[in-house]
Design a protein around this ligand. Structure first.
Ligand code: FER
Length: 231
């Protein structure tokens, strides 16, 4: 767990960082930024999916590229805890776009040995964080080449706003991953994005499984997604 100065929020904020086995400043690493849901914080991914265990094993098996995973707090406001009414904090999830681009990424690149090109940067998230990943990732194709939305929430922009220039998305994206459980009440959001991308001929992975809005879906999809990154 590290702290960084957020110029966006005007406070010190926390983020959890995974470094792969044997991490050394003699090498450079690609980075996956991984965003939590409406009731979560910088600890949620670790509690739901143990990304450290998943990645240690995938890397040991030669199935994933050694990478850094950054799990920030996606609620860009001075009190960034979910509180008694997490839905009331939704505007802070939109504000996080600036915190991610202006504060989180520079802090990570200053502190860790990372590649800094767009092809070495991925953005993914679950639910509210899935919406953020799609909004910010597809909105900043010069920053992110790998984008994943798992069980994306209604904060996801309407598809035509999300991908206004399908030709640019087609050219720049290395991977666009959309997933949802077929028992998830939010599946219409992902279906809407998938339908539009299909109509526009933008390649993407459309991964529907039998889960609901739950940690099994998120853990499984991180496991699949991580194996496709940076190669
Ligand atoms: C909503 C339903 C669910 C919504 C957000 C969510 C912003 C987020 C769920 C989650 O993050 O688990 O209407 O609106």
């Amino acid at each position: 767990m590290i702290e960084y100065d957020s110029t966006t929020v005007g406070s010190k904020r926390k983020m959890l960082v995974y470094t792969p086995p044997g991490y050394t400043s003699d090498q450079k690493y690609p980075v996956l930024y991984l965003l939590h849901g409406i009731g979560g914080d910088e600890t949620e991914w670790q509690r739901f999916a143990t990304p450290d265990v998943l990645l240690d094993n995938l890397i040991a098996d030669g199935k994933a590229v050694p990478m850094i995973i950054v799990m920030p707090n996606g609620r860009a406001q001075p009190d960034d805890r979910p509180g008694p009414n997490p839905m009331a904090t939704a505007p802070a999830f939109a504000r996080f776009e600036r915190d991610l681009l202006d504060d989180v990424i520079p802090a990570i690149q200053a502190r860790y040995s990372t590649f800094t090109d767009r092809e070495s940067r991925a953005l993914a998230g679950l639910s509210m964080g899935g919406g953020q990943a799609l909004n910010f990732g597809l909105g900043h194709l010069d920053t992110f080449a790998w984008v994943g939305g798992f069980s994306s929430a209604p904060n996801t922009k309407p598809p035509a706003e999300l991908v206004p220039d399908p030709a640019a998305a087609k050219e720049k994206l290395r991977l666009l991953w959309l997933s949802c459980g077929n028992k998830d009440g939010l599946i219409r959001i992902s279906q809407g994005v998938h339908g539009y991308l299909k109509e526009q001929g933008v390649p993407h992975v459309w991964h529907v499984d039998g889960n609901g809005h739950d940690a099994t879906h998120w853990r499984n999809n991180l496991w699949f997604f991580a194996q496709r990154l940076f190669k």
